[in-house]
Design a protein around this ligand. Structure first.
Ligand code: HEC
Length: 498
């Protein structure tokens, strides 16, 4: 029998350095609500198998034809944090239109408008977009880390419905996404499932010998057990998109590690740790349509399926703290605050990946310069709110307005200088929150102008304060309004005077 308890709050003690990861695209796609989360296996052969059957791509790189453009817009991509340039390639663009488009910003921030075509180097590729409404353009996706080829190329194809033309450094590293991507579901709030182990298995460490497991991408069951058995991958698939991506080749017997017992013992221990955690929902061969890049089931040298960026992150060189983590005591002892890969033995985990880092001869100077993983989560964490436009905020009647047609699922009123709310489990309830209500994924979101401060709508859950009414707002004081359409998708965030 599964008992389910909703995660109400998680203590915030960010000691932070490095840990967990979800790739940038995961977050990109999460932010853009575009991705395939279907969990039907159905169609047999995974992309990985197809790729291994065919061997590496033999297609020669053909430099895409240059496309003339009279104007360009330069900015940095908030997901990859790399330089990006938009070339106004369509002859229908007028200077005024192109300038206005650049000032409106390709993402959130305005770009720098100049005449002449983009000339960005190094680049991962071009993204040619022919929108249904509006004129064609080409994005130059900057960057020199080929580990980001898939992420960037897929963001082009999936989010912008563009055509991605990989540069030379990406041509062998890019695999196009499957095109039957359905629109995504809503982020399911984490729940804790407790159940007795099946007969014959050792009893669990929670009350009455049960095993308790968080249903969240950062959750782990007890070490030595299987997350598929005790956690809910279906919930985890709502936390970030799942789709199969071929990993790097796994290697064979010619590699001495293949039959090195000491190495195999460590590698199997890492694999066992992964199997206990939600990562396994997408990173072993049971993932519905095959694993997402690396797979712990890829044989004795499974670690080869990971990119250098992944290895550098797990070895502790790249910060991914914006992605959130449980305290180990709430997560069956698994720590991902000090290790990007959740683990019950931080030193042992870091040592395994440091050895792999050294074996691959990865340059530490390079690794330390890879920007923090988390894309928009990093940007949202560091966001500096401005004053609300007139009419936005809580008015004298207590009515909350965010000046947008968009419905929201997460509504916060915070003290003016509170931190920005982030993702669960450890960033979603910043100190100085005055009132927070959530709308569960099976209920309709809230519309602007329909909620009064402190009056909980019936379909909502008041997360803070847990029981009482919130502290009254004081006339003339400033407060921070933060509303999100879904986890990590803010609709409005600004400071208003009550
Ligand atoms: C719901 C599915 C899902 C879950 C759960 C998940 N990932 Fe992933 N992960 C992906 C996908 C999809 C990609 C590939 C992104 C791309 O390249 O398009 C990926 C890529 C990665 C990469 C980059 C791999 C590389 O070789 O560059 C790392 C590292 C990673 N995941 C770590 C983790 C860890 C650690 C966990 C558990 C805490 C985890 N993932 C849980 C779906 C998932």
């Amino acid at each position: 029998m599964k008992a389910v308890q909703r995660l109400f709050k998680c203590v915030l003690r960010p000691r932070v350095s490095v840990y967990l990861l979800v790739s940038i695209l995961g977050i990109t796609a999460l932010a853009c609500e575009e991705a395939d989360r279907s969990s039907n296996a159905a169609n047999g052969e995974s992309e990985t198998e197809v790729m291994l059957d065919q061997g590496p791509s033999t297609e020669a790189f053909v430099a895409p034809a240059t496309k003339p453009a009279q104007w360009r817009c330069s900015y940095s991509n908030p997901f990859s944090l790399a330089a990006e340039c938009k070339a106004y390639t369509d002859t229908d663009w007028t200077e005024a239109e192109a300038r206005a488009d650049c000032e409106a910003g390709q993402y959130e921030e305005a770009g720098t408008f100049e005449s002449g075509n983009c000339d960005l180097s190094p680049i991962l590729g071009y993204c040619d977009v022919a929108p249904y409404i509006g004129d064609d353009y080409r994005l130059f996706l900057g960057g020199d880390n080929p580990d980001l080829c898939n992420v960037s190329g897929r963001a082009c194809v999936v989010n912008l419905k563009g055509e991605f033309l990989p540069s030379e450094q990406c041509v062998d590293r890019y695999s196009p996404p499957e095109m039957n991507m359905s629109t995504s579901s809503v982020f399911e709030w984490p729940t804790l499932s407790c159940q007795a182990p099946p007969e014959g298995e050792q009893s669990g460490q929670s009350e009455n010998g049960e095993v308790c497991t968080w249903n969240l991408i950062s959750g782990c069951t007890e070490a030595g057990r299987d997350y598929y058995e005790y956690g809910s991958c279906d919930t985890v698939y709502t936390n970030r998109p799942y789709y199969p991506v071929p990993g790097l080749p796994a290697g064979d017997e010619s590699d001495p590690r293949y039959s090195d017992e000491t190495y195999q013992q460590e590698s199997n221990w890492v694999k066992e740790q992964v199997k206990a955690c939600a990562c396994v929902c997408c990173h072993d061969d049971r993932a519905p349509r095959g694993p997402s890049t690396w797979s712990v089931d890829a044989g004795p040298l499974w670690v080869n399926t990971m990119s250098d960026t992944a290895v550098a992150m797990f070895a502790g060189y790249i910060d991914s703290s914006s992605l959130g983590a449980f305290m180990p005591e709430e997560n069956n002892g698994f720590d991902r605050i000090q290790s990007a890969m959740p683990t019950t033995d931080v030193q042992r985990m870091l040592a395994f990946f440091q050895a792999e880092f050294d074996r691959r001869n990865i340059d530490p100077a390079w690794a330390e310069n890879v920007r923090p993983i988390g894309g928009p989560l990093v940007t949202q964490r560091d966001y500096q709110p401005e004053a609300c436009a007139t009419g936005i905020g809580v008015n004298r009647e207590g009515v909350i307005n965010w000046g947008s047609e968009q419905g929201v699922r997460y509504l916060y009123i915070l003290e003016e200088d509170a931190n920005n709310p982030g993702i669960p489990p450890n960033f979603d309830l910043p100190e100085k929150t005055l009132w927070r209500i959530d709308i569960p994924s099976d209920q309709d979101p809230l519309a602007s102008g329909t909620v009064r401060y402190g009056e909980k709508p019936s379909q909502s859950i008041q997360v803070f304060p847990e029981t009482q009414a919130p502290q009254a707002l004081e006339e003339g004081q400033q407060y921070y309004l933060y509303v999100m359409r879904d986890v990590a998708i803010p609709v409005e965030r600004c400071v208003f005077t009550y």
